[in-house]
Structure formats: structure tokens, C-alpha cells
Design a protein around this ligand. Sequence first.
Ligand SMILES: NC(=O)c1ccc[n+]([C@@H]2O[C@H](COP(=O)([O-])OP(=O)(O)OC[C@H]3O[C@@H](n4cnc5c(N)ncnc54)[C@H](O)[C@@H]3O)[C@@H](O)[C@H]2O)c1
Length: 215
Amino acid sequence: MIRVAVAGAAGRMGSTVCEAVSGAGDMELVGRADPALDTSVSQVLEEQPEVLVDFTLPSTVVSNAREALAAGIHVVIGTTGFDLAELSGLGGGASIFIAPDYAIGAVLMMQFAAQAAKHMARAEIVELHHDGKLDKPSGTAARTAELMGGEVPIHSVRLPGLVAHQEVILGDVGQTLTIRHDSIDRQSFMPGVLLAIRQVGSLTESPVVGLEKLL
Ligand SMILES: NC(=O)c1ccc[n+]([C@@H]2O[C@H](COP(=O)([O-])OP(=O)(O)OC[C@H]3O[C@@H](n4cnc5c(N)ncnc54)[C@H](O)[C@@H]3O)[C@@H](O)[C@H]2O)c1
């Protein structure tokens, strides 16, 4: 059994991760950290988890990771909107895994977009999310642009009713190509998060970024 603690456990993603971990036959949920639950990351680390999963805020994720790694606990990060460079050099004996998007369809969308960008003149990204999302552009859109080779304009839409959606539109003479992914339920992220929890302990380098590295 892998002992797992979740930071941001009262949030939209964190609460869904808690349910998924509780339902996984090979995992045990040993702590839920969240100011909304009056429980700090330090308190849940006392339960000696093997992995801390973080779906919190850009302003808290790095200090949470630092604290877990100092205690020799692996970290799986889903939080977006922070500078990954802040994690370099951290780790010691423990590893960090980060994915801007844990949905398999989004990983495929990013790969198809990177492939298409080599053959079409220009591209733009439209990312659409629920109105509670704090960062803009989304981590997925930023990562997609990076994989496509940089300088791709990103448009951000924030509206109630949306979950997480992205269109990559490529244009060339007389034609366009649209690649679209929709996460219509946060369950879409759970197989990827559980995979990361299972594999973070056997990474040979750290940090590792992107779910495609585990597939
Ligand atoms: N990687 C992915 O696949 C993916 C998918 C969806 C969302 N996200 C990202 O996950 C993050 C969380 O999104 P959300 O919609 O669940 O947000 P949310 O606001 O619903 O939840 C965040 C939670 O973190 C808690 N929190 C704040 N400071 C904390 C701390 N120091 N320690 C522990 N908990 C703390 C808050 O009280 C809140 O409950 C965002 O950065 C979002 O962009 C990533």
C-alpha cells in the first residue's frame, strides 16, 4: 500500500484526488491538508506518507514541496501557474513529478499539436476554463506552446459552466486544422494522478515534467 497525503484536499481537484486515492486498492489516504480543514502540510507529513500530492495555489506549492522533500517524501504536483525553476535543485533522496495536465486526452492533444506545428504556417491556442481558475494562461496552454516551439499566441476564456478545454487552431494557405480537447469532469485527471503516485518513487531523475514521460 502506498501511503498518500493530499495538499489542497478541500479544493475542487484535491477532494477528487482524495476520493480516487481512497478508492485505489493499492493506496492508503493518510492525510488531508488544507487551511479549510484546519490541517497544515506539516501536520499531514507527521503521518509519514510516501507521496504528497499537491493541488493548491501557485503561491504555496513550492513551500509545500520543499517541506515534503526535506522529510524524504516524494511529491506529485498538479498545481499550475508557478515557475518550475523554483523547484530545481530540490529533492535529495526524494523525487518530484509535475504535470500541467493529467488527462490522457490533453497529453495526446499536446503531442498532436507539436507534430502539426512542424507542417503548418501558423497556430494559435484558445484555452477555456471555469471562472474559479486563478492562473492565465493555463499551464496546459503554456506547455502546448512550448512543445510547439514557442511564439504561439494564447487566448484565455474564463466562464461559469466550463471545466477545462483547449483548441489548437493551425492555419496555412486555404486550410485550417483544429485539435480540441475537453475535460468535462475532473474524473478525467484521476487515472493520470494515480499513475504518477505509483511511479514517482521509481523516477531516475527529478523533477520530471509531463505525463507523457510515464506512459
Ligand atoms: N495538472 C492538472 O491536470 C490540473 C487540473 C485541474 C486543475 N489544476 C490546477 O490545480 C490547482 C488547484 O485547482 P482547484 O480548481 O482544485 O483549486 P481550488 O481553489 O478549488 O483548491 C485549492 C485548495 O488549496 C487549498 N490551499 C491553499 N493554501 C494551501 C496550503 N498552504 N496547503 C494546503 N492547501 C492549501 C485551498 O484552501 C483550496 O481548498 C490549480 O493550480 C489548477 O490550475 C491542474
